[in-house]
Design a protein. Structure first.
Length: 250
């Protein structure tokens, strides 16, 4: 299992799937939190990477230029799937499809793995392009900052529910989202200095943590630990218990 970082002050987001600098985390079993990091490799990517995701030995990266790029798992060689599209915000691959959010155009597009558009629907969210989209258990989860909520769609774009989350700021400030298990997501919000877990099925905010000042990146590790980073460090990671949100000893 690898953790990969994008080291870029414009948006520092942590993801379990893909980041500019790849890190391995040592753990003996699911009950042991990650305790060390070692640099495996790094790669130069276009300026201001916005969102990244890995799937089926490929890496998908959205950059500020508006391109959606595809790399192989070795982070060498790239192909352009969507070029010069405005407002590209977030990407995730799921069931051999790419879910892409164009925040300022209020659109979620779904492409096949070659970049051919298959379907599209509107998602309105006031704010800039730092919000995130994730797909979990056949549900598309995306923030609605102006409502301080998460919006949940089915895979065809039909609205299922909105979940109110007081920890979400009502602006487009830095946000990140990670899948945790089959029924929840972890969300971080820079402006409110909050990290919280939301059950997508019940709509319950399971816990809220204020342990990390101005978090900018979050990932769930083995569904037991939440790894958080912020704008003040490139390599420090705070580890929270995924069940309670409690800060674990560093």
């Amino acid at each position: 299992m690898y953790i990969i970082f994008i080291i870029d002050r414009s948006e520092l987001e942590l993801s379990v799937e893909i980041r500019q600098t790849e890190m391995s985390l040592s753990a003996t079993n699911n009950n042991t939190p990650p305790s060390s990091m070692s640099l495996i490799k790094s790669v130069i990517v276009p300026a201001r990477p916005i969102s990244v995701h890995s799937y089926d030995n490929k890496i998908y990266l959205v950059c500020a230029s508006g391109d959606l790029l595809r790399y192989d798992l070795g982070l060498t060689g790239k192909g352009v799937l969507v070029k010069w599209a405005s407002c590209l915000t977030s990407v995730q691959a799921y069931n051999n499809e790419l879910y892409v959010w164009f925040a300022e155009e209020y659109l979620i597009n779904v492409y096949d793995m070659t970049g051919t558009l298959k379907r599209s629907w509107e998602h309105f969210c006031l704010g800039d392009n730092f919000n995130k989209l994730r797909v979990v258990s056949n549900k598309v989860v995306v923030s609605s900052a102006h409502n301080q909520a998460l919006t949940v769609y089915d895979l065809q774009g039909q609205l299922m529910k909105q979940i109110k989350c007081p920890g979400i700021s009502n602006t487009g400030s830095y946000k990140a989202m990670a899948v945790c298990g089959d029924d929840s997501v972890i969300v971080s919000d820079y402006k409110t200095s909050s990290v919280f877990r939301v059950n997508i099925d019940s709509g319950e905010v399971m816990w809220t943590s204020k342990c990390v000042h101005q978090p900018e990146g979050v990932v769930c590790y083995k569904n037991r630990y939440v790894l958080v980073t912020n704008c003040n460090t490139n390599t420090r990671i705070w580890i929270l218990d995924a069940e309670t949100g409690r800060l674990l000893p560093q």
